[in-house]
Design a protein around this ligand. Structure first.
Ligand code: MSP
Length: 525
């Protein structure tokens, strides 16, 4: 068998200055769905996530908590790796930027830039604005003015975070030399930044001209030491971005994993950090003479009840609370179904319950439950052998075999999971409509042979549905496929075809419900 094509996908690595919230969870689930989708579609997937542990923000939070930075990072990083477990992420690795392998990679990329483009790193003095919350440098003309309740004026970064004036000895990266190269990249590889609106945003930022950026700090110590000058620690974003190559074995560019998986196919990140990923990262890689990732996908933000999540508003949702309330797969489904490609999404409890009940409990869940129960009761617990298919049967099966997957592949490959789910649910609706129209319960007496065919067609449609929903609701899909006695090695997309149709005569167990109905009175955390 030919080698599977490789596919490498990453999430942003989360700052360890606080516990994970729904926004972090959304990004990780989004990436997991893509990783699972590609595995089911025959790719050799590498999926990396992890935590970003250096920098002034983390150092400051550790100090406020009376902890040594490393001790603090260990504690918080654990909360994120636990989240990867309870969200059932299929990540192949979890990277922490405090690991020795990452120190080695970060120092190596610095050295590679110096070696390949010695003029691109020079020593100077930074005097300018810095936002600790963004860990970012901003120019005067990007700032706005804020005022507190006592009338004190202060300056704000475009993200709304306060900035402070910083003056320190620093190494600089000659970003200004990359303006044309980056514009050329966006032009010749328009797919490099998705969605398109983000590419336009970044292109106009770069067209405005790029200034050299400071890539080391001297007024605190929590970071990777600069090779050859240990008074400096590397700028946290240079360190953090490098995680994507550490994860595949850099600096060993001859390793199997590096050769197979770099360049990455997708970096999935939030819209707030595209400048770092679409401008700084490719420039660093060009300077180090390394290949560029193929695509940066910027997702939107999850708001809660129409407002940005924030501690001061008190609307920060902990992912764990949602899982306790709705269950894991329902939460995963909800987030993937509700948020449109690259757009912000809103979470509200009332709407969540409605969506989960209508699509999962009453939609797919009910289809599976009533079909399997009828088979169990009326066909002696075995999948019936069908007779000739009529036009209605063929229409449903044709939708399942021929129409579903091609459209879904196009949507999923572009991370349009909301649209893919909307389309998959058209088949769920059609199948439920077919049950009502064919009324197998009435056929039991009138025409038992026809009843068998109808139940078979339904079971076969459910088999296909079970296969295609695996990336979004993995545990529930396994329950569906297991109830139909589908072997574990017959669950990828290549089995969506008539050739692998269910065999009449297969015994099934007493069916169990897959998607419980939620009570509307259950309250959000
Ligand atoms: N550490 C950097 C990323 C370094 S990647 C080399 C960082 N960390 S973060 O913890 O602030 O954010 C991690 C990810 O979560 C980012 O992609 C960010 O956009 C995303 N989100 C943070 N809040 C979010 C929402 N409310 N909604 C959706 N995603 C959000 O940035």
């Amino acid at each position: 068998m030919a080698d599977k094509p490789p596919f490498y996908i990453t999430t942003a690595i989360d700052y360890v200055n606080g516990a994970p919230h729904l926004g972090h969870a959304y990004e990780k689930i989004l990436t997991d769905v893509m990783a699972r989708h590609k595995r089911l579609d025959g790719f050799d997937v590498m999926f990396l996530t992890g935590t970003d542990e250096h920098g002034q923000k983390v150092a400051k939070t550790a100090e406020e908590n009376g902890k040594e930075p490393k001790e603090f990072c260990d504690e918080i990083s654990k909360k994120f790796s636990n989240m990867a477990d309870y969200l059932n992420l299929s990540n192949d690795d979890f990277i922490r930027t405090t690991e020795p392998r990452h120190y080695e990679a970060s120092k190596a990329i610095w050295a590679a830039i110096k070696e390949n483009n010695p003029d691109d790193i020079y020593l100077g003095k930074y005097a300018g604005w810095y936002s600790v919350r963004d860990e970012g440098y901003f120019t005067e003309d990007e700032l706005t003015e804020g005022e507190d309740s006592e009338g004190n004026k202060f300056k704000l970064a475009p993200t709304g975070a306060p900035v402070e004036w910083v003056e320190e000895s620093s190494y600089f990266f000659r970003l200004s030399a990359y303006t044309d190269k980056l514009l050329d990249l966006y032009k010749t590889h328009p797919e490099f930044i998705a969605p398109d609106s983000r590419r336009n945003e970044i292109t106009s930022f770069v067209k405005g001209g790029l200034q050299d950026i400071s890539i080391s700090r001297t007024n605190f110590k929590w970071g990777v030491p600069v090779p050859g000058d240990e008074d400096h620690v590397m700028y946290v974003w240079l360190d953090a971005l490098t995680n994507y190559i550490t994860g595949v074995g850099y600096p060993d560019t001859g390793s199997d994993s590096y050769k197979k998986h770099w360049p990455a196919d997708f970096h999935v990140v939030g819209k707030d950090i595209i400048r770092f990923h679409c401008v700084y990262w490719p420039a660093f890689l060009m300077a180090a003479n390394l290949d560029l990732p193929k695509r940066i996908f910027a997702h939107g933000f999850i708001n809660v009840n129409g407002e940005k999540m924030s501690k001061s508003v008190g609307n920060v949702v902990a992912p764990k609370d949602l899982l306790d309330l709705y269950g894991l797969d329902a939460t995963r489904y909800l987030l993937m179904r509700e948020v449109s490609h690259g757009q912000d999404g809103n979470f509200s409890h009332e709407y969540a319950v409605q969506r989960i009940n209508s699509d999962l409990a009453n939609g797919l869940g009910n289809l599976v439950q009533r079909t399997l129960s009828m088979i169990y009761k009326n066909c002696d617990g075995v999948i019936p052998t069908p007779n000739d298919f009529n036009a209605e049967d063929n229409a449903l099966l044709d939708h399942a075999y021929a129409k579903l997957l091609p459209a879904m592949r196009i949507d999923c490959d572009e991370m349009r999971f909301n649209r893919a789910l909307e389309n998959i649910w058209k088949l769920v609706i059609e199948a439920n409509g077919y049950v009502d129209a064919q009324a197998p319960w009435a056929l039991k007496k009138e025409d038992p042979e026809r009843m068998k065919t109808v139940l078979y067609v339904l079971a076969e449609t459910i088999r296909v549905l079970g296969i295609v929903v695996q990336s979004v609701v993995p545990e529930s899909a396994v329950k569906i496929l297991t109830q139909l006695k589908i072997a574990e090695d017959q669950r990828d997309y290549s089995f969506v075809s008539k050739e692998y149709a269910l065999k009449g005569g297969t015994e099934i167990d007493q069916p169990e419900g897959v998607f419980p109905r939620l009570e509307t009175s259950e309250k959000a955390a």
